[in-house]
Write a protein that binds this ligand. Structure first.
Ligand SMILES: Nc1ncnc2c1ncn2[C@@H]1O[C@H](COP(=O)(O)OP(=O)(O)OP(=O)(O)O)[C@@H](O)[C@H]1O
Ligand SMILES: [Mg+2]
Length: 348
């Protein structure tokens, strides 16, 4: 089998990222051949949807010029806090028939009118139900408006989105370092504007939740308490905790950080508790953290202490050869989970 290439495009709250992966058909080895990213100003993307279209479009155009990606076809990620994801059981039908019948089957289960939703179903296991064999899986309902805003921005930048996938569902691919005997994994991606939580059982996603809180909330909280510009607050946040005490108002920095961490850790834990209480006898075995926000001093430790789970950082590039030119453009590998996951899409 020949080599195949795929490009993932992740339009995040604080950064646009694009990654081109080459897969060797015979060995299965993957190489990150091209990579580019651009920071976005606050407000350009809100709740996972493009608001300032020309800002995002310009960023994408620059990235294609800079890294010379070999195609304009991209796999895009979506998933805002308004995306509804829930486990449902549906009649066992061929996948294309099942997808076509979704609007009729699930209209009563949605928190939005069916004609405003983009629907998908991720099959999991088959179960014997009262009305015959059913397939249990995740029903995904994204708001058309949010997804269209991102697809439009990509198209205006000259790209062709060929597949749109849910960010949450590609996160497990970042947990490459996890021992394969681990059955139940919690993946937590802390971005700028949101935190995506997935619980996966033997590779099958069981729970997905998007919490509308991320690293930007920490920055904003620091800026508000210390009455300083957001850019200063951002730089302060990234300094090690030991240095926070040394700046004027250092105590308030710590308070602001702790407050957001506490809220976020509680929300993540609630998702884990929800999974475990709806699946008695199961236990999450480990948690893999990704996203730039995961680098926030104290988050991983607080999550580990309060959930009593083993928490590790995911390395989305683990086992992937990285071209030196691409490597030079990477600022934070831990924040590449979604974009690298998208570039590993396999046809459904
Ligand atoms: N060293 C660091 N310490 C603390 N926070 C950091 C550090 N580096 C990056 N961050 C934070 O990570 C966040 C960005 O993470 P990431 O790039 O994963 O988000 P995104 O994908 O753009 O956003 P989202 O996924 O929410 O749409 C920002 O809030 C940034 O402040
Ligand atoms: Mg992100």
């Amino acid at each position: 089998m020949a080599k195949s290439r795929l490009i993932g495009l992740d339009i995040g709250t604080s950064m646009v990222r694009a990654a081109e992966l080459e897969r060797n058909g015979r060995s299965g080895r993957m190489t990150l051949v091209k990579y580019a990213e651009r920071a976005l100003p606050p407000g350009a993307v809100v709740d996972a949807a493009v608001v300032a279209e020309s800002t995002v479009t310009d960023a994408i155009k620059e990235m294609w010029k800079e890294a010379k990606f070999s195609s304009k076809d991209v796999v895009m990620g979506v998933g805002s806090s308004r995306t509804a994801v829930r486990e449902v059981e549906l009649p066992l039908l061929p996948m294309d028939e099942l997808r076509q019948s979704l609007p009729y089957q699930v209209q009563d289960m949605l928190p939005m009118p069916v004609d405003e939703a983009l629907l998908d179903f991720v099959p999991g296991t088959t179960v014997a139900g009262e009305v015959g064999t059913q397939v249990r899986g995740l029903l995904v309902a994204a708001t058309k408006a949010g997804v269209n805003a991102n697809v439009d921005a990509a198209e205006k930048a000259g790209l062709r989105p060929t597949v749109v996938d849910l960010n949450a569902l590609v996160l497990l691919r970042a947990a490459r370092g996890v021992d394969p005997s681990t059955k139940i994994v919690g993946c937590v991606d802390i971005g700028g504007g949101m935190t995506t939580v997935t619980v996966t059982e033997r590779g099958v996603p069981r729970v997905v939740r998007v919490i509308p809180t991320g690293g930007q909330d920490v920055t904003n909280a620091i800026a508000k308490r210390l009455k300083i510009p957001v850019s200063e607050a951002e730089a302060l946040k990234r300094r090690p905790a030991s240095e926070h005490a040394a700046v004027p108002g250092g105590e308030m920095v710590k308070e602001a950080i702790d407050e957001v961490i506490s809220t976020l850790v509680d929300a993540v834990r609630n998702t884990f508790v929800y999974y475990q209480s709806s699946n008695p006898g199961t236990a999450i075995e480990m948690v893999v953290l990704t996203g730039g926000g995961a680098l926030l001093t104290g988050f991983a430790q607080t999550l580990a202490n309060r959930s009593r789970l083993s928490v590790t950082f995911g390395n989305p590039l683990d086992g992937i050869t990285v071209d030196p030119k691409a490597e030079g453009r990477i600022t934070a590998p831990v924040a590449m989970a979604v974009v690298v996951g998208l570039a590993q899409e396999v046809a459904a």
